[in-house]
Design a protein around this ligand. Structure first.
Ligand code: FAD
Length: 439
């Protein structure tokens, strides 16, 4: 329901400029002109709401999950961009620099000033560049941080120039009520950047953490533990993640999302299991104990709360086990008696994390642990391969398991394949919660 409420709210804000423009009751122009203005009004409103859908606001991602939030952000960006790029070409009414003095409502001419044209052109070109650079981000040679900085600055410029263009050139947008709405939406959009890049870092500065341990736990996988310099660690639910900054000021762009692997019951310790993949994570083993750290969170909806179930199946791919460790550790601390199964897939056995602790957990909890390895050693006796439909069917295809909860975490291809397999064996989608380690 909360997700639905957010969707309705989104629709109301998206359509509000169009409804206001309609209420002005201006004399109609050629149909294509009206279509073009309507497109610009709705698409600009949706564009400004993209700032709130950046995945950094718990009000939204706590309800919908980070995956759905980012997917929505990315999916909306495409049609909005196409519509905004198309809209100047749809007008059929002649363009005149200052309009006609007797045509006060702009019915027979587009009275565009030079400022209106230039601001529109800048926003138009920047929008095309920004969305293309996001779609082809993986093909760019930029570092992620450089892309992220350009994305933020570009988005702020597009919003500013776009709203300026609407106020200067828009037949409807120059009317005070709609102008006020645009300025309010622009202020909200820019406020989101101020919150993420100024307000939160200032708050983090008041609540620093200290790295207490850095240890290799598996092949190219490290565990980093942090504790608050004073006071309590942040309150979180097992399965949630934070944006972590290590050995840099809290204003740094080098903050990365990592799931918390420790349980809330472990008092002050926040543990992270970090796999080496790129420029930041490949240096994680060199972080000195005692280094400062800052966290922004908790974020994410990969949690067990408000999801009652008779049993739980955890499906982890590689380091996707991190949030599941948090859940299992908390379930163990709570003395949970429900039946549980963990299907844990890795390429090689050296990637299995905390194998001994998992063995202990399978004794203390009603937990069955199944390791699946795609490149096993000669003496491996467990399942071989990847977490495919056959393996999932072998462990989950039982009538009493249909209503269990299925928690899936790992790289995107593993999650997509696992979700498809679960649906194929008859598990209802509403019983599956998942989180991808990339977006
Ligand atoms: C919700 C979530 C939870 C995660 N939990 C874990 C975890 O517990 N353990 C773990 O090892 N990995 C986790 N990851 C993945 C981890 O964030 C990336 O592997 C890490 O940020 C890569 O940084 P890099 O500089 O080493 O690599 P890069 O080469 O810079 O980046 C590799 C890829 O990681 C992603 N990425 C990099 N920086 C960021 C950033 N600041 N914000 C968002 N995405 C970024 C991008 O998709 C990028 O293409 C998680 C990711 C998400 C989205």
């Amino acid at each position: 329901m909360p997700g639905l409420v957010l969707l309705v709210l989104y629709g109301v804000v998206a359509l509000a400029p169009l409804a206001l423009a309609w209420s002005f009751n201006l004399p109609p122009r050629a149909p294509l002109d009206e279509v073009s203005s309507a497109i610009a009004l709705v698409a600009t409103s949706m564009l400004l709401m993209e700032f709130v859908l950046s995945g950094r606001f718990r009000l939204i991602s706590r309800r919908t999950g980070i995956d759905a939030t980012m997917r929505f952000h990315q999916l909306v960006a495409r049609p909005v961009t196409v519509l905004l790029l198309l809209h100047p070409f749809l007008y059929t009414t002649p363009l005149r620099q200052a309009g006609l003095p007797w045509d006060v409502t702009g019915q027979t001419s587009l009275g565009l000033t030079a400022t209106g044209i230039v601001t529109g052109l800048i926003a138009w070109a920047l929008l095309a560049a920004l969305v293309l650079s996001a779609i082809f981000r993986d093909s760019l040679t930029w570092r992620y941080e450089a892309w992220r900085l350009s994305h933020g600055i570009g988005a702020a410029l597009i919003a500013g120039f776009g709203v300026f263009h609407a106020l200067e050139a828009g037949r409807y947008s120059s009317h005070p009520p709609l102008a006020a709405l645009w300025l309010a939406l622009l202020a909200l959009a820019l406020l989101t950047l101020v919150i993420v890049y100024v307000v939160r870092p200032l708050l983090k500065l008041q609540h620093p953490y200290r790295v207490t341990a850095v240890e290799q736990r598996g092949l190219k996988i490290w565990e980093v533990d942090i504790e608050p310099a004073q006071g309590d660690a942040l309150a979180f639910e097992p399965g949630q993640f934070v944006w972590l900054t290590i050995d840099r000021p809290p204003f740094s762009f080098r903050e990365h999302p990592f799931s918390i692997a420790s349980a809330p019951s472990e008092n002050k310790r926040l543990a992270f299991l970090i796999k080496e993949v790129g420029d930041f994570t490949s240096q994680i083993g060199r972080v000195p104990v005692g280094a400062r750290a800052y966290v922004d969170g908790p974020h994410g909806a990969l949690t067990l709360s408000k999801k009652p179930s008779a049993g739980i199946v955890f499906l982890a791919g590689g380091v996707g086990i991190a949030p599941i460790f948090s859940m299992l550790r908390q379930l163990r601390a709570d003395g949970d008696k429900r039946p549980m199964t963990l299907l844990y897939g890795n390429r090689v056995t050296d990637q299995i994390l905390h194998g001994d602790e998992l063995n202990d957990m399978s004794r203390d909890l009603n937990l069955t642990v199944v390791h699946v390895i795609s490149e096993p050693p000669d003496d491996w006796e467990g399942p071989v391969g990847v977490m495919d439909e056959a393996l999932i069917r072998a462990h989950c295809d039982r009538p009493d398991k249909t209503d269990w909860l299925y928690v899936v975490c790992g790289p995107p291809p593993m999650i997509d394949a696992t979700e498809d397999a679960l649906v194929a064996i008859g598990i209802p989608e509403r019983r599956v919660v998942s989180e991808k380690f990339a977006y």
